[in-house]
Design a protein around this ligand. Structure first.
Ligand code: ATP
Ligand code: MG
Length: 445
């Protein structure tokens, strides 16, 4: 069964049961009160009657006396212990209404005869000869029963009428719940069929759970789309960037195949070129794989790092690897909380650029300024022109393609640095002037 029908059915049935139960209880209570009051009034009438006929009993024949006091729509009778009865009524139809029965105590009950309702009461009296007898009366309560019948019909009509708004409101409720869900299902189907990322249109007013669900769905689609775009960019960039080294390797390999064995110099040159292109491809693959990762997958492990010894060690490792001097200036005894490996990787990216794009001195400096710890990496190389500055953090962007390619650059270093800095919460500042040099600042906060 569809969810909409389930909501309709359950709410309607529940409400219908409640209304029926309420009206039934109301009817039962009202009818009990009405019959009780009829019986009570019949009993007090019988008691009054007993007092009134007490004096006349023995003087006037019982049958005449009883007929004189008989109610218009009922009968009174006196029943002795040996079940001798005398009845008096104004109409023959009521004469045999009461069975001849002697009761030891007072009686008060509803009597039904030929679908007619009567209030029956019986009280003990003492006859003039000292014998104990019952004075019994049965009196029609049909008018009350007619009122009850009318009340019952009214209640049934009310019950049926209240079911109409219940049905309507359950329909409204189910549409209210189902419409956003159906909307979402339709959008999902559209996405599946068209292969495009679509979002739900949400009205800004409501802030209920369904709105929240739609919002979460849109957020998820945005994430998926970003992921998809990232993947697409990754594949197109990677295939484009791999084309050059692969062409170099292919051409040198075919050269080797043709003339490699005869020409030793050519052999050396080819192997060297193939080797360096292979290294470049490996490095590029590693960088691309890291860039393709989502921030949540980076596994940041923060710990307290004493900045000075950490930087000293990094400088030493770099100097050894590239055989370049770095001036290290740091008086700060700061301890920063960061991921050691990622911070080291970040520093290496900037030091590597400084090394590649300058021939002179490289300075690595740390300082504390307005509660912030800063690290500067400065070189005095060719620098970056102002127009290129905003773009150097883009993937595969190289200012001077030919020159940087010669240096072995892939154009991924700074974009990776930006990702790493984002992940470990470091702000980056890049200042550069053409032919003056470049300074990168890492800001911890
Ligand atoms: P990779 O770092 O991936 O090996 P890359 O160095 O070419 O390659 P990035 O580090 O992203 O790539 O730098 C992008 C471009 O910015 C470089 O190609 C270079 O032109 C320019 N650049 C970066 N740092 C400097 C610098 N210190 N001095 C001059 N130019 C720089
Ligand atoms: Mg670089």
């Amino acid at each position: 069964m569809k969810l909409r029908n389930k909501i309709n059915l359950y709410t309607s049935v529940l409400f219908a049961c409640l209304i029926i139960l309420m009206n039934a209880a109301l009817f039962f209570l009202f009818s009990k009160m009405m019959i009780d009051s009829e019986l009570e009034s019949a009993r007090s009438e019988t008691e009054n009657l007993a007092q009134e006929i007490d004096e006349s009993l023995g003087q006037i024949p019982q049958a005449d006396l009883l007929r004189a006091y008989a109610p218009m729509d009922g009968v009174i009778q006196i029943v002795t212990q040996d079940l001798k009865s005398t009845a008096g009524s104004n109409s023959e139809e009521y004469r045999n209404l009461i069975d001849e029965q002697f009761y030891q105590s007072e009686q008060m009950q509803e009597l039904v005869k030929d679908h007619q309702h009567y209030a029956f009461t019986s009280i003990p009296i003492i006859l003039p000869d000292g014998e104990v007898a019952n004075l019994q009366m049965a009196k029609s309560i049909q008018s009350s029963m007619d009122i009850l019948q009318l009340f019952r019909i009214v209640l049934i009509i009310i019950t049926l009428l209240t079911l109409v708004p219940v049905l309507i409101s359950s329909r409204i409720l189910s549409s209210l719940i189902m419409n956003p869900i159906i909307n979402m299902i339709d959008t999902m189907k559209e996405i599946r069929e068209s292969g495009q990322f679509k979002r739900l249109t949400l009205d800004g007013k409501s802030k209920d759970e369904l709105h929240l669900m739609g919002d979460t769905f849109n957020h998820m689609i945005t994430l998926l789309e970003a992921n998809y775009e990232k993947q697409k960019q990754f594949v197109s960039n990677a295939s484009h960037e791999f084309k050059t080294p692969l062409t170099v390797i292919e051409s040198y390999a075919s050269l080797l195949k043709r003339r490699g064995l005869q020409d030793h110099a050519l052999f050396e040159e080819s192997v060297e070129a193939i080797h360096s292109e292979a290294i470049r491809m490996r490095e590029m693959t590693e960088q691309l794989l890291q860039l393709a990762k989502h921030h949540e997958q980076w596994n940041v492990e923060s710990k307290d790092i004493k900045l000075k010894p950490f930087l000293q060690q990094t400088v030493k490792a770099f100097e050894q690897a590239y055989n370049r001097q770095i001036s290290f200036i740091c008086d700060d005894s700061s301890v920063v909380s960061s991921d050691e490996q990622k911070l080291k990787q970040l520093l290496f990216i900037f030091l590597d650029n400084a090394r590649k794009y300058s021939d002179g001195n490289i300075i690595l400096q740390c300082e504390k300024k307005d509660q912030e710890t800063l690290i500067h990496i400065q070189d005095f190389g060719g620098g970056i022109a102002e127009k290129d500055l905003p773009r150097v953090f883009d993937r595969f962007y190289r200012v001077d393609e030919a020159r940087t390619r010669q240096n072995g650059g892939t154009g991924l270093g700074l974009s990776l640095a930006k990702e790493i800095a984002d992940v470990i919460g470091i702000k980056l500042e890049l200042k550069s002037e053409k032919n003056e040099g470049t300074t990168v600042t890492l800001i911890f906060n």
